[in-house]
Design a protein around this ligand. Structure first.
Ligand SMILES: Cc1cc2nc3c(=O)[nH]c(=O)nc-3n(C[C@H](O)[C@H](O)[C@H](O)COP(=O)(O)OP(=O)(O)OC[C@H]3O[C@@H](n4cnc5c(N)ncnc54)[C@H](O)[C@@H]3O)c2cc1C
Length: 431
């Protein structure tokens, strides 16, 4: 695998309209949508939908090809004759996505999360769905009206410790259905996914509590399914334009074919249920990292430009010890974001090359979560009282930043994954 530091031309082209949306549609609405937590960015949603449909179509076609080849056992087709990844469109699909998300989050991270797409739900379906399931659940995101996907894993007693999931899935052989019972909390776009026509939520439930992680399976619950109810919609510190909902599953019956993968419970390291969840995160953690970096870049650029107007400019030629403290801070902010971005590009390039990236995806998530938290705090500090005032967006960026260090595995949990992988410890040896 080689890494190219220049933005690929195809991505640069795609980014131009995204930059314009970020600047001219998202930023002007930032403050108003932050102040009115449950309002929706309707104009933005409709503007983004055609582009999202195209991306969903490219992803679906790539996933179908991959699933078909793997069911034919045709491993050789994954790479070209030189054993390097084929440079078809799908091979930069994830790269293109992280560039886009970085830019949109520079615009507004909360508004970006309102984009109609299969999102985390789609990533789970992609990771473990059969070709028939990919077609049945993901084709809808390529046509018709805007729709949303979501993934519900977290429960009141199961956040970092996913093995503690209490939501149950019981098979009813009479009706050939699964019956889901339990409560999910903090589900991003959960309300949109269940309330808007043809949305869906991938719900993780246990088919065998005794089996721990091995008993965990993903189930697709479609909008309008009786027994899938929206509970509390959270009021939050940041990303307030994004809906975060509680989902109650009350004897929620879904067809047997809505279980992603198979129902077999295999314990031990080859546990399919947990592996499925991990494969989802390998694809989505770089996306969270990209979003973090977008927020960080917004805060950094604003601070740098405002200070430059007051005569405080970054100076790359002077040795660090000759810089003022403020100049050194600005340099450090930029360096932290660059470091996180390079790790994100590596994790994403591996993903596009269909290579193992669990270590890299956790690494970039940890680094980006920490970097954005620090950078946005520095921005508020360097901007003085104005930074703390709602007159600027700096205080909002600080609030929006923190979530990137929480969802999709907290900073601590991803650090644990990195340590375990590097040191070769199991989850019981290092916890
Ligand atoms: C806005 C928002 C959106 C979300 N969206 C989704 C979503 O779409 N789908 C979904 O399923 N979930 C979602 N979540 C939930 C999120 O993934 C969890 O909050 C996260 O996984 C942490 O779980 P927890 O909150 O239960 O914290 P806990 O697991 O209770 O952890 C509390 C603290 O202890 C630390 N900790 C825990 N275990 C260890 C350990 N072994 N070593 C060191 N430190 C440890 C954690 O890092 C954390 O700091 C969302 C959360 C928020 C706030």
């Amino acid at each position: 695998m080689s890494i190219e530091f220049k933005i690929p031309e195809a991505i640069e082209k795609q980014l131009q309209p995204v930059r314009s949306v970020a600047e001219n549609v998202m930023r002007p609405e930032s403050r108003q949508l932050d102040d009115n937590e449950h309002a929706r960015p309707v104009k933005f949603v409709h503007m983004m939908w055609p582009q999202m449909q195209q991306m969903e179509l490219a992803n679906l076609e790539a996933a179908l090809t991959r699933a078909q080849k793997s069911s034919n056992g045709d491993e050789s087709q994954k790479n070209g004759p030189d054993n390097k990844p084929r440079s078809d469109r799908a091979s930069i699909a994830n790269l293109s996505l992280v560039y886009m998300i970085e830019m949109l989050s520079w615009g507004d991270a909360g508004v970006y999360l309102c984009i109609p797409s299969s999102a985390l739900g789609g990533a789970a379906i992609n990771a473990v769905g059969t070709p028939e399931q990919l077609e049945r659940f993901l084709r809808r995101f390529t046509e018709g009206e805007p729709k949303w996907g979501a993934m519900a894993m977290t429960e009141p007693q199961a956040g970092s410790d996913t093995s503690n999931i209490q939501t149950t899935a019981t098979f009813d052989p009479q009706t050939n259905e699964w019956i889901l019972n339990g409560q999910k909390i903090f589900c991003t776009s959960g309300k949109l996914a269940l309330e808007e026509s043809k949305g869906l939520v991938v719900v993780w439930a246990t088919v065998d509590k005794q089996a721990g992680r091995a008993g965990m399976k993903p189930f697709v619950v479609e909008a309008g399914t009786p027994g899938a109810l929206i509970g509390k919609v959270e009021e939050k510190l940041g990303i307030r334009a994004s809906d975060t909902a509680q989902i109650i599953l009350d004897n929620c019956r879904i067809p047997a074919e809505n279980l992603l993968g198979n129902a077999e419970v295999k314990t031990g390291p080859s546990s399919q249920g947990f592996k499925g969840a991990m494969r989802t995160f390998d694809a989505t953690r770089p996306i969270v990292a990209a979003s973090a970096i977008g927020i960080g870049r917004a805060a950094f650029e604003y601070t740098r430009d405002l200070l430059a107007k007051q005569g405080i400019r970054m100076d790359y030629d002077k040795p660090r010890w000759k810089l003022t403290t403020v100049q050194a801070d600005l340099l450090e902010m930029e360096a932290q974001l660059h470091a996180a971005w390079l790790l994100t590009l590596k994790a994403t390039a591996l993903l596009d090359a269909k290579q193992e990236n669990q270590l890299e995806s956790s690494m970039c998530k940890v680094k980006a979560g920490k970097a954005v938290t620090w950078v946005t705090q520095k921005a508020v500090e360097l901007l003085g009282p104005l930074g703390y005032s709602t007159e600027l967006l700096a205080e909002k960026w600080l609030r929006d930043a923190k979530i990137n260090d929480i969802y999709e595995g907290t900073g601590q949990i991803n650090t644990l994954i990195v340590a375990r992988t590097i040191l070769g410890y199991s989850r019981t040896e290092l916890k």
